[in-house]
Design a protein around this ligand. Structure first.
Ligand SMILES: *Cc1c(COP(=O)(O)O)cnc(C)c1O
Length: 219
């Protein structure tokens, strides 16, 4: 399969209301350009440095999403152009994004990353922490940020019941928070589990290897 076939095979599985974030980490700009030329405008990268290197080489109407863990001292490198930071996992990083967005007179979209997996190595807020932070947001603490939704990663397992259970926890939180202030984006699902994520309520999926092929290293 080539990139074009892969891309349309993925697209075919997405209902119209589900956004595709094409995860291009580790892949060269030439491959990203190919997918862009097929009509894709939203891309995700997990490392600031890689994103900063690729950004100037690609069309300016790409919406870049950062999907990997972000350190406070790196926010300044992407604050002028990043569309959405999906991997907000502390109040400290949210304050820093707010500060850097203010410098550029922008509002940066963010998703709160919530820890739904059993695995210890996944970043994210506990549910109670996300609830508290969302209330601070509603109270106006982060004027240069728009919390547009939630992001989560399920456990890496073949056990579909467990994956479903974890995605459903995030969907429940999404609905609950949306009653205080409407959220738009529920980002869950990757190459191996995006169909299940959509069944569980995802309206945005982050798909890398199913489009670009295997990466040299695992995430
Ligand atoms: C790499 C990555 C993805 C995409 O993974 P694939 O299995 O290649 O689809 C999605 N989300 C995050 C946070 C990632 O780091």
């Amino acid at each position: 399969m080539d990139i074009k076939e892969n891309y349309f095979a993925v697209k075919k599985q997405l209902p119209e209301n589900v956004q595709l974030v094409a995860v291009s980490k580790t892949h060269p700009v030439s491959e990203i350009q190919k997918v862009y030329d097929l009509g894709q405008k939203v891309f995700g990268e997990n490392k600031v440095q890689e994103l900063v290197e690729k950004y100037p080489l690609l069309p300016k109407d790409i919406q870049w999403h950062l999907i990997g863990h972000l350190q406070t001292n790196k926010v300044k490198y992407i604050a002028s152009f990043v569309d959405t930071i999906q991997s907000v996992d502390s109040e400290k990083i949210l304050l820093e994004i707010n500060k850097e967005a203010a410098k550029h007179n922008r509002i940066i979209n963010v998703l709160l990353q919530v820890k739904i997996a059993e695995e210890e190595n996944k970043f994210g807020f506990e549910i109670a922490e996300a609830e508290i932070l969302f209330q601070k947001y509603i109270d106006g603490k982060f004027p240069h940020i728009k919390i547009t939704g939630l992001m989560g990663m399920a456990t890496f397992t073949d056990n579909e019941n467990q994956i479903r259970k974890e995605f459903t926890v995030l969907k429940t939180l999404f609905d609950q928070l949306s009653r205080s202030k409407p959220l738009q984006t529920l980002s869950m699902g990757m190459s191996d589990d995006f169909p299940v994520a959509i069944e569980c309520g995802a309206n945005s999926v982050r798909v890398g290897s199913a489009i670009f092929g295997k990466r040299d290293y695992s995430i």
